[in-house]
Design a protein around this ligand. Structure first.
Ligand SMILES: [Zn+2]
Ligand SMILES: [Zn+2]
Length: 224
C-alpha cells in the first residue's frame, strides 16, 4: 500500500492518496463492488439470497469484483485507454482482497491482443499480475498467449463465442518454468479486466484445464 499526498489520478484533487487515488474516488469505486450473494457454482451475482441462478452448472467459477459503470468504468478507461499505468496498483488491491493470502496460488493474467500491447506499450493484466506477485506470496505465471491481432471489442456476442477459443494458447515454456510451483499450488486464478460474455475467461480456463489438473477459477475486475 502506498500512502502519500498528491493529485488523485482520477479526480485530480490534491489529497492524501491511497495507491494514487483519493478517499472519495476510492469510496465511489468501492460502492460498485458486488457485496451480496453470488451463485456458488458460477459466481454470478444474485439479486436476492433466495434467487436461483440459471447457469447450466458446468461452467467454471468466475468471481466478479465490481459493476462496470460510473467510477469503475472511468478507472478502467483511465488505466487502459489513457495509459495511466500507476492505477494498476489500486486495481491490484481490488483483486488481492478476493484472493486468500494463506493459499499457494498461481496467478495467470489474460493477455491483451498484440495490437493493443503495441499501441499501449504494455499489457494491462500482466502489469497488475506482476504487482500482485511483488506484494503477495503468490506466483505469477504467464501461462497464456494470444494468437493474431484480433480484438474482442466490437465483435457481436456470437462472434465472441466462436472467436475466443481460437485466440488463446498455452505457453509451454512458462508452464515448464513454473512446473514445480504449479504442482504444489492450491489453485490457479486467471485474472481479467472487463467481462462481457465471459467467453474469454471460460476459454482461458478450459485451455489450462486440458493439461493441468488443479482447481482453476476466474476473476474479473468488472462485469459489463
Ligand atoms: Zn479522486
Ligand atoms: Zn450459477
Amino acid at each position: 500500500m502506498k500512502h502519500c499526498y498528491g493529485f488523485c489520478l482520477l479526480c485530480h484533487n490534491f489529497q492524501k492518496l491511497y495507491n494514487y487515488i483519493c478517499p472519495l474516488c476510492r469510496a465511489e469505486v468501492e460502492a460498485l463492488l458486488y457485496q451480496g450473494e453470488n451463485c456458488p457454482l458460477c459466481g454470478q451475482p444474485l439479486l436476492h439470497e433466495d434467487s436461483i441462478c440459471l447457469c447450466d452448472q458446468t461452467g467454471p467459477f468466475i468471481q466478479r469484483i465490481a459493476v462496470y459503470a460510473k467510477e469503475m468504468q472511468h478507472l478502467m478507461l483511465r488505466y487502459k485507454k489513457t495509459g495511466v499505468k500507476r492505477l494498476g496498483y489500486f486495481l491490484a488491491t481490488l483483486i488481492t482482497h478476493y484472493v486468500p493470502k494463506d493459499l499457494r496460488l498461481i496467478i495467470v493474467p489474460v493477455p491483451c491482443s498484440r495490437s493493443s500491447r503495441k499501441t499501449r506499450g504494455w499489457d494491462q493484466m500482466v502489469y497488475i499480475a506482476n504487482i500482485i506477485g511483488r506484494t503477495t506470496d503468490h506466483t505469477v505465471c504467464k501461462l497464456l498467449e494470444r494468437t493474431g491481432n484480433s480484438e474482442q471489442k466490437g465483435l457481436s456476442r456470437s462472434q465472441r463465442l466462436t472467436e475466443a477459443p481460437r485466440s488463446y494458447f498455452l505457453n509451454e515454456r512458462q508452464w515448464q518454468l513454473h512446473a514445480q510451483k504449479i504442482e504444489a499450488c492450491h489453485a490457479i486464478v486467471v485474472i481479467d479486466d472487463v467481462m462481457t460474455t465471459g467467453s474469454t475467461l471460460r476459454t482461458c480456463i478450459a485451455k489450462i484445464e486440458e493439461v493441468i489438473d488443479k482447481p482453476i477459477v476466474g476473476l474479473c475486475l468488472a462485469m459489463d
